[in-house]
Design a protein around this ligand. Sequence first.
Ligand code: GRF
Length: 188
Amino acid sequence: MAIKKINTAVLISGRGSNLKNLIFFSKKKNSPIIIKLVISDNSRAKGLIYAKKNFIKFKVIKNKDRKIFENKIKNELLHNKIKFICLAGFMKILSKNFVNKFKNKIINIHPSLLPKYKGLNTHEKVLKNKDKFSGCTVHFVNENLDSGKIILQKKIKVLKNDNLASLKKKVLMIEHKVYPKAIIKILK
Ligand code: GRF
């Protein structure tokens, strides 16, 4: 019997390579999610193309007032009966009020071995500090930046000849493996 997939929304702000990867994953028979909605806070987000190409409903939601912004997102999520939310390069921090409405239902991927290097420019920091390892982390989202409970983490070695471009590429490649695995881990 086919499993009932969980209605999922992906929130993006930019390139959307993780969105593309999650759409691919969601179409697999054993995937626990079906992507019903893509929300971007940026009308020029390149990633919107993947929603269009795959005939997934998408919305651009922008507002300078955080409360109004989050209310609009919340209404859209409820309207589409969304039960699970994946942040994928979404550049806004969600409030406690919003996060609590979807408790343990919002997850995010971050390009570092959290709790190391929350926020932006993680690869620059890894190189500057001559770290031996980097990687990525999938975690539950709370109201603090990149701080919720860790679901899954994957390490890679930083090689002597790695530079910003090579490190970004290597970490992104493992992000695309780890995000689906983390989803399976918590939903199956
Ligand atoms: C990824 O590195 C992700 O870990 C971080 O933002 C980047 C988004 O990339 N949160 P993309 O838009 O999915 O290509």
